[in-house]
Design a protein around this ligand. Structure first.
Ligand SMILES: NC(=O)c1ccc[n+]([C@@H]2O[C@H](COP(=O)([O-])OP(=O)(O)OC[C@H]3O[C@@H](n4cnc5c(N)ncnc54)[C@H](OP(=O)(O)O)[C@@H]3O)[C@@H](O)[C@H]2O)c1
Length: 296
């Protein structure tokens, strides 16, 4: 993929998801509207948000400010955990906040059906298979073009895919992927099932801490690229879409300067073999365990 900024990955529905998108988690009010506008004007055509980020309204404003026609933009949003038994309400709320008639991709944010009255508890009479049954009704309405999941490990994907009620294989699994959490088994499993993976926290998340890695730094310097550009190319060359977050115009722009160069096989292997392992988004805050350490 020599020119990822105009490239797409084809999903199991036939839809084409732009390879590079803008992440918006922790993008604060008064920052995210401008960030989305700057990104779209630079050429980004994929924006990732979520009900839980509490910024869908500003994301929608940024989209309108950009002047880029809606049909040229891929919008992903996500169903929040305490909304699992209220899928219809969840999508209605997201569409209203974003100010759009449809989203391109609607994800179950986490495989945790959290009790809205007590976020430390799981709903006693619900689970993510039931949530998926509700999500499966949405594409027919035209308000959601594709449905998928996020933070699903192999164990939970097996439960979902083997359930007789599952008629639609998720188009996407959005998961944490960077050289310190490369998850090769999970990637391989998703590929075998026809599920595209989007890499979140692809820069190592808040403050992009991977820039401190000496090997990564040396490799980026030798190529005359920034560490973040190298991280994004690593993700793209593994066949995953990437959604780097930034609210800084110069970074939004440089994170999109990815065309016309590649990482060699040797460089890819080196980056996939960095000794440190860490995960940014754990499951301690959820009422159920969702990561099992066996597919990473
Ligand atoms: N599905 C899920 O559960 C889930 C979980 C986490 C994230 N996500 C999605 O994935 C997106 C990306 O993940 P993330 O937000 O965790 O982190 P990330 O994209 O890995 O990193 C974002 C951080 O890197 C900084 N940064 C960006 N470009 C940079 C550059 N060129 N040089 C130096 N620093 C740079 C940003 O700072 P500034 O903004 O200050 O520039 C921000 O602090 C999220 O925004 C969200 O849309 C999904």
């Amino acid at each position: 993929m020599l020119n990822p900024t105009s490239a797409t990955f084809t999903l199991n529905t036939g839809a084409k998801i732009p390879a590079v998108g803008l992440g918006t988690w922790q993008s604060k009010p008064n920052e995210v509207r401008e960030a989305v506008k700057v990104a779209l004007q630079k050429g980004y055509r994929h924006i990732d948000t979520a009900l839980a980020y509490e910024n869908e309204e500003e994301v929608g404003q940024g989209i309108r400010d950009s002047g880029v026609p809606r049909e040229e933009i891929w919008i992903t949003t996500k169903l929040d955990n305490p909304w699992h038994h209220r899928v219809e309400e969840g999508i209605t709320s997201s569409l209203k906040s974003l100010g759009v008639d449809y989203v391109d991709l609607y994800l179950m944010h986490w495989p945790s059906s959290t009790d809205p009255k007590d976020l430390k508890k799981h709903l006693p009479d619900w689970n993510f298979v039931k949530t998926w049954q509700e999500l499966q009704k949405l594409p027919a309405s035209g308000r959601v073009k594709n449905i998928g999941v996020s933070n699903f490990a192999i164990r939970n994907l097996e439960i979902l895919l083997n359930d007789p009620s599952t008629k639609i294989v998720p188009a996407v699994n959005q998961i944490e992927l960077h050289p310190n959490n490369p998850s090769p088994k999970l990637l391989e499993y998703c590929k075998a099932k026809g599920i595209h993976c989007t890499a979140y926290s692809c820069l190592g998340s808040t403050d992009s801490p991977l820039y401190k890695d000496a090997q990564l730094k040396a490799l980026a310097e030798a190529k005359g690229k920034s560490v973040q550009q190298v991280l994004l190319k690593w993700g793209l060359q593994r066949g995953t879409s990437v959604i780097p977050k930034s609210v800084t115009a110069s970074r939004i722009e440089s994170n999109f300067e990815l065309d016309g160069w590649e990482l060699t096989d040797e460089e890819m292997t080196k980056l996939s073999s960095l000794p440190d392992r860490f995960k940014v988004c754990g499951d301690e805050w959820l009422p159920v365990k969702v990561f099992f350490g066996d597919d990473e």
